[in-house]
Design a protein around this ligand. Structure first.
Ligand code: C2E
Ligand code: MG
Ligand code: MG
Ligand code: MG
Length: 279
């Protein structure tokens, strides 16, 4: 049969395609079960301002029974396409707010803010504002200590609707940070209209900031832009003291990265807090 078709014929379904589809279908089913089985967990990475711990970013992990700890890079994309991001995102919001309320109850951690990553699919949902306020109310978390991280690529769609939802939450004190800034397609025209509190310089500009003059220039420009728009600025992916010093020099005083602490389970985060080993 292959001979008849000739060498250049492409059948509609190549075996590898079937494999990919099967793997994807299996992953979707597995993710659904993982949510029910309580296999998701949030890790918390310190966010530091001028040598003081200011808060944490909640980062999703999957405690897979066979594969161990699986990072979001391996499943968030698939979850987004399968709409599974909605129940998963709701779980993340609830768990992050619960942790935020626990921190609020202890004097040592009462000041901490919680950054939560939000997917475009969540923000486009009609119930997003109400569900978020419900999670806040149900857990007793303070909305002023909640920071939602959205990415540039996602806010570009349906701008009016997005801005309206962000403003509704903002009226309750919730703040917004623009994640991975510089990697998407920012339109400065709508950037100024988004109710943001913070820009987050993407890790890709921080990595070579000491050796690549272009990266340093971009970081400098992002800081200047944030300042012009009245926004605060944080750098992600800070791995060395030298990177931190350079960022300070250009006017960035909030940091997140392995240099200050890796993402860790709540118990470990609290232990580090008690031992004063972070930042
Ligand atoms: P992000 O929001 O930009 O998060 C920062 C990522 O950089 C995290 O990867 C973090 O572990 C990693 N990171 C932090 N410091 C350093 C550093 O110094 N060096 C290096 N090389 N990496 C560092 P992670 O946890 O694998 O998350 C990847 C992405 O998955 C996140 O990027 C975010 O876009 C998404 N994500 C994570 N949790 C959630 C979630 O609950 N919901 C949604 N929708 N997306 C999530
Ligand atoms: Mg983030
Ligand atoms: Mg980021
Ligand atoms: Mg990133």
């Amino acid at each position: 049969r292959a001979k008849e078709d000739g060498r250049n014929t492409v059948r509609f379904f190549e075996p590898w395609m079937q494999h990919a589809i099967t793997a994807r279908t299996r992953l979707i089913a597995e993710l659904r079960r993982a949510l029910d089985a309580g296999q998701f967990v949030l890790y918390y990475q310190p966010q530091v301002e001028d040598g003081h711990l200011m808060g944490a970013e909640a980062l999703l992990r999957w405690r897979h029974p066979e594969r161990g700890l699986v990072g979001p890079g391996e499943f968030i994309g698939v979850a987004e396409h399968a709409e599974l991001i909605l129940p998963i995102g709701a779980w993340v919001m609830r768990a992050a707010c619960e942790q935020l309320a626990r921190w609020a109850a202890c004097p040592r951690s009462a000041h901490l803010t919680m950054a939560v990553n939000i997917s475009i699919r969540q923000l486009m949902e009609d119930n997003f504002v109400r569900d978020t306020l419900d999670a806040i109310a149900a857990t007793g978390a303070r909305p002023t200590h909640l920071k939602l991280e959205v990415t540039e690529s996602m806010v570009i769609e349906r701008v009016e609707e997005t801005i309206s939802k962000m403003e509704q939450l903002q009226r309750h004190g919730v703040r917004f940070s623009l994640d991975d800034f510089g990697t998407g397609y920012s339109s400065l025209a709508y950037l100024k209209r988004l109710p943001l509190e913070q820009l987050k310089i993407d890790r890709s500009f921080v990595r070579d900031i000491l050796v690549d003059p272009n990266d340093a220039s971009i970081a400098r420009s992002v800081v200047a832009l944030a300042r012009a728009l009245g926004l605060s600025i944080i750098a992600e992916g800070v791995e060395t003291a030298a990177q931190r010093d350079m960022l300070r020099e250009i006017g960035c005083h909030r940091f997140q990265g392995y240099f200050f602490g890796k993402p860790m389970p709540a118990e470990e985060f609290d232990a580090a807090l008690a031992a004063e080993t972070i930042p």
